[in-house]
Design a protein around this ligand. Sequence first.
Ligand code: NI
Ligand code: MN
Length: 223
Amino acid sequence: MPNLKYLGHSCFLLSANNTSIIFDPFLTGNPANIAQVDEVNPNYILVSHAHEDHLGNGIEIAKRTGAITISTFEVANLFINQGCTAHGMHLGGSHKFDFGSVKIVPAFHGSGVSGGHACGFVIDFFGSKIYFAGDTCLFSDMMLIGKLGIEYALIPIGDNFTMGPEDALSAVKVIHPKVVIPMHYNTWPLITQDPKKFEELVNSFCNTKVEIMNPGDKLELIF
Ligand code: NI
Ligand code: MN
């Protein structure tokens, strides 16, 4: 059964069947300080955009482990230019991998690379359908992402740089995931949020379950 470990901020480790994916591998400088850079051994690295709190230690991890980075073309090239293996994709594109598939979906945010675009991912990981939104504002096309049949939605609630809790509630209303996991909050004072308040908001309008993960927590994916 797949499991998801939260490494703080927007960094997660998704594992099953000897395959693991790290999302937005921000470890050095991550106040959660759950894992050291040399402790993670992913097979794949998914990077939503190249801001420092998302690209993080990606290149270092890719060099040491030989992990394949999956991202937009411009961000993938950052890895390829450093001699790492990367699979460049772009908005709207899907591709099959040995664990299932990845579809790149838009995120409205800076890309951190000139000519690039921030993205989110819809991943089929051994049958679990996961939407990792990356850094983004609320946008109405999240409704179309919801039509892909999302089981787990990982969405930012921190405000200031991304959606805050109220827009995140609107996102949940159109995505209709079975479970929502808030991310990108409480890393720094500027993005302080009470996830319990977000949970109450969601509970009063939706039948989506809110899973509040503290850094270091591991969640078994039952869907
Ligand atoms: Ni960002
Ligand atoms: Mn960010």
